[in-house]
Write a new protein. Structure first.
Length: 482
């Protein structure tokens, strides 16, 4: 199928052609006809599937059918796109501008972390389309600057991430401002119970479209796992980055403070890196992204929340520095590489108390990820020993205590961010499941160590170890399928 077969008007086709689009993605093929028909839609799609165009193009066409005069100043807000992060809001706003550049429609982006005045001026000037994060939108609505009663289309994007970030109360407040009669489009990468309940509340007889089941990893991503102690994760990351093939690397950290420490560690070892997370200013986040995209730095260290929705091409490697507690998150993380038909590689560093979470990932994806053996930082805990995962709330407390201790050592005040408030501690997904893992394919996993690592010298990654190798590490890195 070609874009020309989707029934888009000529101004949109001209914009699409200028962007080099000829063949719509599966989500675009499935969603655009339903949105053009004015139907509610439930879309299940991962990041990078082209879903922004899947809703932006038909929305622009529907609004253009009753477009106001170009000079008309008093314009009601006819479309609201609600999204969880500033980065994603900016990207969606850019997409509306690019696709709608030949239409007499206006759009503005509303998010926190920057001054309000420019956003207030944009709202007073009149906008057909608003792309917003929940908190800033509610702030401006409280000042009487946002009237959603004339709204025709409401889009809730990245609904599962919105819930994970603790925005459910703000989302419900926004919903109360919407008119009863409207078209609603609901997009989510996964459908946990809370997301399904919200979809049931918002949607009326929706069409359902889904592309790539959320338990499926990208086919061209080569995956491997390193069993390592927590204290050795940063040296291991430095070691693997000796590989010059790791040109553009996205590293995922569970916490904001952890992301900072990883980036600082890499910079000390002369590896260009920057961290991006919710505590960074908008300017700092944009600079880090630009440096990463242009190749000024090799490594971008991000939390899941900050990375969701960021569109970065040609990521050669994804490193899961911390194992995600929600198995589906692993699928989304490694999907950041091997995009647009390219190949990529994903590495996961697993400490002992993360093993249950890691094996939950293998269960979800129905695959065994090859283990890298013989590396200098190999865990001394045998693979068939699976400690119970730490409860997420206790993990959050331990991480805060560790951060406070490090800040005290540096003479800095305690960081009180994240101690209560809207977000609260991480939600308790995954975990549990102590005891040995059932054998897969015959017998328990062998204990690591001894001559099974084999091999003569040669070192790991061609670059000499960071610290002394583990006993039994032997020489050379080997991958073993289980």
């Amino acid at each position: 199928m070609q874009f020309a077969e989707l029934g888009l008007i000529q101004p949109l086709m001209t914009a699409v052609a200028a962007e080099g689009y000829t063949t719509p993605t599966p989500i675009q093929q499935k969603a655009i006809p339903h949105v053009l028909a004015g139907k509610d839609l439930l879309g299940l799609a991962q990041t990078g599937t082209g879903k922004t165009a899947a809703f932006a193009l038909p929305i622009l066409q529907r609004l253009a059918e009753k477009a106001p005069a170009q000079h008309q100043r008093a314009r009601p807000i006819r479309c609201l796109v609600l999204t969880p992060t500033r980065e994603l809001a900016s990207q969606i706003g850019d997409s509306f501008r690019v696709y709608g550049k030949h239409l007499p429609l206006r759009n503005a982006v509303i998010f926190g972390g920057v001054g309000m005045e420019a956003q207030k001026q944009a709202l007073r000037a009149g906008q057909d389309i608003i792309v917003a994060t929940p908190g800033r939108l509610l702030d401006l609505a409280g000042q009487g600057l946002v009237d959603l009663k004339p709204l025709e289309v409401f889009v809730l994007d990245e609904a599962d991430r919105m819930l994970d970030m603790g925005f459910i109360h703000d989302v419900r407040k926004v919903i109360q401002l919407l008119p009863r009669e409207r078209q609603t489009l609901f997009f989510s990468a996964t459908m946990p119970r809370e997301a399904q309940e919200l979809a049931d509340q918002l949607l009326k007889r929706p069409e359902r479209v889904a592309v790539v089941p959320p338990s499926t990893t990208a086919e061209k991503v080569e995956q491997e796992v390193f069993f390592v102690e927590k204290s050795d994760k940063r040296p291991l990351l430095t070691e693997v980055l000796n590989d010059a093939a790791m040109r553009r690397v996205l590293v995922f950290s569970r916490t904001k403070h952890g992301a900072n420490r990883i980036a600082e560690h890499l910079e000390k070892h002369h590896i260009g890196a920057a961290a991006i997370h919710g505590n960074k200013s908008q300017g700092a986040r944009e600079r880090a992204l630009e440096q990463f995209k242009t190749g000024k730095i090799r490594v971008l260290v991000a939390t899941d929340i900050a990375a969701r929705g960021i569109d970065i091409d040609d990521v050669t490697h994804v490193v899961n520095f911390d194992v995600p507690e929600v198995p589906e998150t692993y699928v989304h993380r490694i999907g950041r590489t091997a995009r647009a038909g390219a190949s990529g590689q994903a590495m996961t560093f697993v400490q002992a108390d993360e093993r249950a979470d890691f094996f939950a990932i293998e269960k979800l994806t129905r695959q065994q990820i090859p283990v890298v053996e013989g590396h200098p930082f190999e865990s001394s805990v045998p693979m068939n020993i699976i400690p119970k995962s730490i409860d997420p709330q206790r993990r959050a407390k331990l991480e805060r205590a560790e951060e406070d201790a490090e800040r005290r050592a540096q003479g800095l005040p305690r960081n009180d961010r994240g101690r209560g408030g809207r977000g609260g501690p991480p939600r308790g997904h995954g975990g549990g499941g102590g005891g040995p893992r059932p054998a897969q394919g015959g017998g328990p996993r062998p204990a690591q160590g001894g001559a099974s690592f084999g091999g003569g010298g040669g070192g790991f990654g061609g670059g000499g170890g960071q610290g002394a190798p583990r006993p039994g590490g032997g020489g050379g890195r080997r991958r073993r399928s289980r």
